[in-house]
Each structure stands twice: as structure tokens, then as C-alpha cells.
Design a protein around this ligand. Structure first.
Ligand code: PXL
Length: 280
């Protein structure tokens, strides 16, 4: 090394001590684009940004939708999905991953391959997106098995809503007690934690149930009358990813995520005939 190079290296080293690095947790979101910006990538991006983390996105498909219905969707070729991974992971630190809508049945295996190839070692929240809140399909038939075989073994937590938990378990869920039983069953079957999101059960309270390391945790908050904004499921999962990135234990991360979501639901925005979570 020349003297000049050595001097520059030394100067850089000294200056880096005084630099005011603004450290933010990096959250990688893998999922579908919702053009109405309620759910999917855009919903996650709003929640993650609000919580002070920095989100990067790998978009798997583009969905033309609003909260009332899914109009059409276009899934992206696997080469561009891989390329997005490259662009981000060549330089970006990842403190948590949130996986949402994949649509194509071959994607769970592909995503696992990429996570392994890039040696990402961070908590992973798997939202097993199968259908939209209005019942429209958001995955190819047979996605349940592909998610279970490939992604559940890597998941820190899997976050189905009631309908998705029913599809994954083959059991009916009509009450918080059913949620507890199914969360335990799924958790034991797949050896990972399950958070069943109960927002779609009609009750005076909203209950989410986490089964984690042999213990059931029930998170209950009052239901806000007439509040049904789009994207609550995605937002709960992405907020959980942020708190896991901060190093919180899973039950605490879920509790904080639910409290944040509750605050946002209280100030939901009416836009046309639909309700959305506020962007701030
Ligand atoms: O509301 C469900 C939904 C709609 N659209 C996209 C989603 C989801 C749920 O995850 O990812 C793109």
C-alpha cells in the first residue's frame, strides 16, 4: 500500500467515528402490488415506514384491485423476481423479511432458494396469502401445500387470517376457542409459531391468537364500530416484522403490532365507498 492510500484509509477510519449514521432497520417485503394501496406491498410499505424502518420490495405480481374486488392480475417472470433480489441484497442489510402474496405455485420454493443463496439470516414473517378479504383468489390452487412444504420450515411466524387458517388446517373456525385449537394444531404440525388473525370473526372484540413455543397468547382489543379498512392483515404482519427486527420476542412484537394497528384503525380514512388505514 502506498503512503497516500494508507493515509486515506486512516483518515476514513477516524472520520467514520464522528459521522452521525442514522441507523434504520431494513425490512425486505416480498409480495404483490395492490394499486389501491390498501393491502399488499403498498400497505406494508406504509406501516413499515410509519414505524421508522426502511422497506425494500421484491414485487411478485401486480394486482389491479380495490377493496371491493380483484379485477385482474399479472404475475412477474421469475427472472425479474431474482433480479430484484440481486439489486437489493448486493448491498442492503436485512433485519427481517415479510413474505406476502406469491400467487404462482412455484414461487415458495424459488424464494427459499434465494433466501439461502443470499445467506439471509433474519426473522421471517410468512403471511400465507390465499384469498382477498372479499373472497377473491390471490393464489393458484395448491398453494397451501407449496407454502407448507417450502416456507413454513423457515418461518419465525406464519400469520393466516381465519379463512386461510381453515384452508391450511381443514377445520372450521367460528370462535376464539376454535382459533386457539387450530393455532395449536398448525403450530404442532409445522413446528413453527402461528398467529391467527381474527379480524374477520364478527364479535364485540377483535381477537388474534398466537401459539408460540407451546404457549397460547390471546390478544384482544375492542372492535371499533363500523371500521373495516382494507389491508389490516398485511399491516399486522409487517408491523410484527418491524418489531422482530428490533429484537423483540415474538409475543411482545405481536402485542406492539396489534396496538399500532388498532391506533390506525381508529383513524381510518374514508375514500369513496371504501376505508383505508391512514398513511401516517
Ligand atoms: O386484502 C388482501 C390482499 C389484497 N391484495 C394484495 C395482498 C393482499 C393480502 O395480503 O397481498 C396484493
Amino acid at each position: 500500500m502506498t503512503h497516500l492510500k494508507l493515509y486515506c484509509f486512516f483518515l476514513y477510519f477516524i472520520l467514520s467515528f464522528f459521522e452521525d449514521h442514522h441507523k434504520m432497520n431494513g425490512i425486505l417485503i416480498i409480495g404483490g402490488s395492490d394499486c389501491s394501496c390498501g393491502a399488499g406491498i403498498q400497505g406494508d410499505l406504509k406501516m413499515i415506514t410509519c414505524l421508522g424502518a426502511y422497506a425494500t420490495t421484491v414485487i411478485t405480481c401486480v394486482v389491479a384491485e380495490h377493496p371491493g374486488r380483484v379485477e385482474s392480475l399479472y404475475h412477474l417472470p421469475s427472472s425479474i423476481i431474482e433480479s430484484q433480489f440481486h439489486s437489493i441484497l448486493d448491498f442492503f442489510p436485512i433485519d427481517a423479511i415479510k413474505i406476502g402474496m406469491l400467487y404462482k405455485k412455484e414461487l415458495p420454493q424459488k424464494i427459499v432458494e434465494l433466501i439461502r443463496r443470499f445467506k439471509i439470516n433474519a426473522p421471517i414473517v410468512v403471511d400465507p396469502v390465499l384469498a382477498a378479504g372479499n373472497g377473491d383468489s390471490l393464489a393458484e390452487p395448491g398453494m397451501e401445500e407449496e407454502l407448507a412444504k417450502n416456507l413454513f420450515p423457515l418461518a419465525t411466524v406464519v400469520t393466516p387470517n381465519i379463512e386461510e387458517a381453515e384452508l391450511l388446517s381443514g377445520l372450521r373456525i367460528e370462535s376464539p376457542e376454535d382459533m386457539l385449537r387450530v393455532a395449536q394444531d398448525l403450530s404442532e404440525q409445522y413446528s413453527t409459531s402461528f398467529l391467527i388473525k381474527g379480524g374477520h370473526l364478527q364479535d364485540k372484540t377483535t381477537v388474534d391468537v398466537l401459539y408460540h413455543k407451546g404457549i397460547a397468547h390471546k390478544f384482544e382489543l375492542p372492535r371499533i364500530p363500523h371500521a373495516n379498512p382494507h389491508g389490516t392483515g398485511c399491516s399486522l404482519a409487517s408491523a410484527t416484522a418491524v418489531f422482530l427486527a428490533q429484537g423483540l420476542e415474538l409475543p411482545k412484537a405481536v402485542e406492539k403490532a396489534k396496538t399500532k394497528l388498532y391506533e390506525k384503525i381508529k383513524s381510518q380514512l374514508q375514500i369513496g365507498p371504501f376505508y383505508f388505514l391512514p398513511p401516517t
